[in-house]
Design a binder for this molecule. Structure first.
Ligand code: KG4
Ligand code: ZN
Length: 367
């Protein structure tokens, strides 16, 4: 069976053909996976501009789908089904994929399956590694999301934690911006941190109170929070640049306000490493705490931030300590792509999931 997946939830226009083969251990094979990234367009603005994103999806989608079909060595007529990301994401971006998928499915007379973007990230692990030992705990960590899922059996995703404010990738991007490092910040901070002292600055780890961890119905949650950390980095950077006193305080005392100094390259590397240590520790503390709590047999980490070299390295160490295998997707499957949407689509297809022609994009779709 051949399924075409489409993904346009944020700033990547992606299409992929995934084949289902008769192998119970690894049933999905990627025949093609094309991603047209808009990073160069949004870099100029320091973040994704929704209006520009949807316009660029419109320009790219036909070519991306044609290339995916061509590289898979197949034809549109040979496809058995289509799958598309319905949400969550930027509504204008999602609409391009949803409308395109509905039109193509209607024209070809093929069934269409709606996919939740985070289900796609979770399925990237199954696509890459075959089935994970279950139950599993999966952390999906990207620019838009930081969520923990309990996966008791394949295709069942129970949310057991999420961020209350910024996503981890968003914190990376904002910290990179305030350090003047460019966009997207994650890969830049990851690289700089390699030559930094991760104990140079003692940024606070956000601790959750009992009420944060136990919901009113007494179920345990594993919440994240990254906006406080981002503010601490901002305060620290400002303090360093003006030698610890604020311009306003100096002005009020009638003292001359000094010109802000520039941070040295080593100071920036140290800040990057110290910030990254706190993010990675927070992510792994919650993930392994959740794994203990649900009695998981494996841990998965997916989404753009799972490309982070320290997160990957430390996760494996924690896994060895806890006696749990840790799974991460390869780099091309960790950031947004359509192969993961096609995989999630194949699973939904066999569960009987079919989208009608009234399918609409949903910016805050629940899983
Ligand atoms: O999954 P993704 O491509 O898109 C969303 O669904 O958000 O994730 C993009 C996010 C960005 O915030 C980017 O800075 C972050 O993933 N990212 C990283 C790394 N590579 C990408 N963060 C930390 N370290 C990396 N190596
Ligand atoms: Zn994503």
């Amino acid at each position: 069976m051949l399924l075409l997946g489409l993904e346009t939830s944020c700033d990547e226009t992606a299409a992929a053909v995934v084949e289902e083969v008769n192998d119970p251990v690894r049933p999905w094979r990627i025949r093609s996976s094309i991603v047209a990234s808009q990073v160069a367009i949004h870099r100029e603005w320091g973040g994704v501009v929704p209006e520009l994103a949807s316009r660029q999806h419109l320009r790219d989608i036909c070519g991306v789908v044609e290339r995916a079909v061509e590289e898979a060595g197949t034809s549109l007529a040979a496809l058995d089904a289509l799958a598309v990301t319905q949400g969550p994401g930027l509504v204008g971006s999602l609409l391009v994929g949803v409308s395109f998928a509905k039109s193509l499915a209607l024209a070809l007379g093929r069934p269409l399956v709606a996919v939740h973007h985070l289900a796609g990230h979770i399925e990237s692990l199954f696509l890459e590694h075959g089935s994970l030992p279950l139950p599993a705990v999966v952390l999906v960590v990207s620019g838009g999301h930081t969520s923990l899922f309990h996966v008791p059996e394949a295709g069942v995703y129970r949310t057991i934690g999420r961020t209350r404010d910024d996503a981890a990738g968003e914190a990376y991007d904002k910290v990179a911006k305030l350090l003047g490092l460019g966009y997207p910040g994650g890969p830049i901070i990851d690289t700089l941190a390699k030559d930094g002292n991760d104990r140079a600055v003692d940024f606070p780890v956000s601790r959750m109170t009992h009420r944060d961890r136990v919901a009113p119905d007494r179920t345990v949650r594993f919440e994240f929070s990254f906006s406080g950390l981002k503010t601490s980095v901002l305060r620290y950077v400002r303090g360093q640049r003006i030698d610890g006193a604020s311009d306003a305080a100096r002005g009020a005392r009638g003292e001359p306000v000094p010109q802000p100094r520039t941070l040295s390259a080593q100071e920036v590397r140290d800040i990057a490493a110290s910030f990254q240590r706190v993010v990675v520790e927070t992510l792994l503390d919650r993930t392994f705490g959740a794994a203990r709590w649900v009695g998981a047999k494996s841990v998965g980490i997916a989404g753009g931030v799972s490309a982070n070299s320290r997160l990957r390295r430390d996760a494996v160490i924690r896994g060895q300590e806890a006696g749990l295998p840790v799974f991460v997707p390869s780099l091309h499957l960790s950031t947004d792509n359509a192969a993961m949407i096609a995989a999630a689509g194949l699973r939904r297809f066999h569960e009987g999931g079919r989208a009608g022609w009234s399918l609409n994009a949903e910016a805050s779709l629940a899983i």
